[in-house]
Write a protein of this length. Structure first.
Length: 358
């Protein structure tokens, strides 16, 4: 399927965050992007996530076709979810033309852009989009599956309220979730930091098992491993069946196969309408044993792990520590109960701005 750009003049809407790490020193970022899209689009700066809603309202009013997030997976997450809040129709009710999202490789991982076949910098992607329109061409599109996440949040006063989010991959609890806590503490997250977090965690754990080495390693290294490997008490149901575990060292779910910086490849079961569901309490030795499988994108092999394709994952916190799922690089705090099912498919322009063609 392709997108005919001459059906009517398209409008490109770009959301850029001046406070993001890559934009802090680029004080003219919005003006630079506006110069690229010219009369075919509008660029809006959003200094915080609350500012995204009004911009979404403007995009809707002006009939924007291409919703572009100047950033990676997290920027796309905020754009789509603020659109859901602003339009107030529910994610699965978004009109087709409002599902036309475009990530632009501005993050630290960019697995949505990889999945959709979007390559190049934001500037180059926008240039290709405008040039193709001017030439009367058409741009191929990818249909990218998503996760629909619903559940219950608890505020500081103990009041509960429902929520609905859309995302593409989530680390809900256990080692994957705590990995992202460490990963985003780095000044410049990326593949080297992925390797560093995994290495420090594994080394800290192994050394702690060997008394002769334990006293020679800084306590901070040992504490680091303990923090990442700490289990999370929960109840989990996969496709209606309660799993036989109580303290989860991993709970994760993905809408498609993802590649974390070329270091870790996850969710090989995702596809053909299925989510990849991974949940259980494998011990640390089993997790370390599976690292080569994670590096090559193979199915995980552990005795105390449910790892399979499915349609529904439900997670409920059972202890004092509520869930804090990481969704596409963004944490959602104080979740009492989380339900995940297949979400809508998003139409993404497949623009390869690193080659000589769209």
């Amino acid at each position: 399927m392709t997108i005919a750009l001459l059906d009517r003049p398209p409008v490109i809407g770009v959301i850029t965050n001046p406070n993001s790490k890559k934009n802090r020193r680029r004080h003219n970022r919005a003006a630079e992007l506006q110069a690229i899209v010219g009369n075919f689009g509008i660029v809006r700066q959003t200094p915080n996530t609350d500012a995204i809603g009004p911009v979404i309202g403007e995009f809707k009013e002006r009939g924007v076709d291409f919703w572009v997030s100047d950033g990676g997976d997290g920027a796309l997450y905020w754009m789509l979810n603020k659109a859901n809040e602003q339009l107030g129709q529910g994610v699965n009710s978004l009109p087709e033309h409002l599902r036309f999202a475009l990530p632009t490789n501005g993050g630290t991982i960019d697995y949505v852009a990889r999945r959709a076949g979007v390559r190049g910098r934001c500037e180059d992607i926008l240039t290709r989009l405008v040039d193709t329109y001017r030439a009367g061409g058409a741009i191929p599109e990818s249909m990218v599956p998503s996760l629909l996440l619903t559940g219950v949040l608890t505020d500081k006063n103990g009041r509960e309220r429902p929520f609905e989010k859309v995302g593409f991959a989530t680390a809900i609890a256990g080692v994957g979730n705590r990995f992202f806590d460490k990963y985003y503490q780095a000044r410049i997250p990326g593949p080297k930091v992925i390797v560093e977090v995994i290495s420090k965690t594994a080394v800290g754990f192994v050394v702690e098992q060997i008394p002769v080495l334990r006293d020679r390693i800084p306590d901070s290294w040992l504490a680091y491993g303990r923090q990442v490997l700490k289990p999370h008490p929960a109840k989990v149901w996969a496709d209606g069946k309660e799993l036989p575990f109580t303290d989860y060292t991993t709970i994760a779910c993905g809408a498609f196969k993802i590649n974390l910086g070329g270091v870790i490849k996850m969710f090989p079961w995702a596809g053909k309408g299925n989510l990849h569901i991974s949940a259980g309490e494998p011990d640390t030795w089993q997790i370390i044993y599976n690292l080569p499988r994670m590096a090559t994108g193979r199915r995980l092999n552990a005795k105390d792990l449910y790892d399979a394709p499915g349609k529904e994952l439900i997670v409920e916190a059972t202890g004092d520590e509520l869930l804090r799922p990481n969704i596409d690089g963004e944490f959602l705090d104080n979740v009492r109960r989380l339900e995940i099912r297949p979400g809508p498919k998003f139409r993404v322009p497949r623009i390869d701005a690193k080659s000589g063609r769209p």
